[in-house]
Design a binder for this molecule. Sequence first.
Ligand SMILES: [Zn+2]
Length: 482
Amino acid sequence: MKFDNRLVLFNCRLFDSERGRLLHDRSVLVEGEKIKAVEKGASAGSFGSFTPVDLGGLTLLPGLIDVHVHITVPFMHKVTPRASFAMGRQIERNARACIEAGITTVRDTGGFPGRLSSLISAIDSGDIPGPRIIRCNSCITAPGGCPDWVPSFRSFVKAYLGGQYAERVGNPEEAAKQTGEMVRLGAEWIKVYCQHRSWLLGRGDLPVLDPDTFRAVVDTARRSGKKVCCHISSLKDLEYAMSMGVDTFEHSPLDEIPDKTAVEFAARSMVLNPTLACLDVGSDELWQTVESVLDERGPSILEPEPLRQVRRHIRTYRTESYPPQRSTYMRKPYFDLPLIARGFSNALTNVGRVLHAGGRVGVGTDSGGLPTALFGVFYVEELQRLELAGLTPAQVLMLATSGNASILGMDDRIGTIGPGRIADMIAVEGNPLKDLKALSKVRMVMKSGRFLKGAPGADHFRIVSKWLRGRNSRKPGSSGTP
Ligand SMILES: [Zn+2]
């Protein structure tokens, strides 16, 4: 979508995401969807035909990237009719929440293919604000395997939902067929599950893809030029998936990665996306954060039925009666939170081990993947946990921007503010290199050269209103103000 805009964003500090430092008093020239130049200094009058946008001293960063979300999973723990009717509206809210939080690109690691297609076209046509989505479509897993709490739908339900979260394959032929189908439906990555022990109370060991079937997934993906991301939970899962040659590993193992494995991991350029916030289920503070976000703005981020289910989820796990009696949890699935909580310190240490060995680590949140993983909220939580793992805020922000862009193979386009890059930028108050919480105060979001969230300065508001008028007159009936 080509459009005319010539803007100069000035009076800001700029985060250099390749070197991890702040550059003072910079101006960024934007032409159409791209960054034309980055210059030092400047004032409102010094760029000729470029319209000045005064950022009032805010810190400008590349748009944030989340390499692990489930944007079409509508926070429904239970697929009630009410929840599925609210699905479309909830998906839109998820997309908006990403933009509100400054996340301009996501990799969706599992969702409903039909819903992903309609969401992506609604975002591309400007009907709703949302991030750029790199998709996996449905996940591939073994029959009865993880995610063992996710149902397999009957075909009419599947048609309504736009496909399903996980497709289950029992042999190499089915694996090749389903993988090929996900690629045909637009997958840029293939998501596969490899978890030997259930996260549900009392369920014990789980089937995983046998080597030939697993290999058929990876080979089919490779033949189509696609990479593979793999859900894991333990060292056993990690080592098995490494032997299958997957590219990224989703969730840090709950037991310690030995040095030898970390060294091999690094040598093979594999990537760990630890998703620490979603594994930190033993943190009272995190539960309280989620609860207070729901109290403050629950109805604005969740549809009524998803909100009810999320609150119910919190009630289930935050009461004295959890964990329930064996007879109860064998009848009805309950997550084994103590199991995950016990492994959290290993999950955290593993990040340092992988980095120390020279390996790569990404920033992903699993937003949408569990009922408390609210879009945006979990992003800042994840950044803070990476700091806890031993990184400086500057290193964390490099991972979140240029690092994530390189994991996605998009570092020539996003993750950095520089000439020729796509104009994805956010502005925050304060200094995020001193305190990562500054990322929870995103004041301006630009994606592909368009403002999707405001910035200070009268000039800016004039530009936005002009742009909205232009857009609304081009597209009658579009869904209004981003
Ligand atoms: Zn996930």
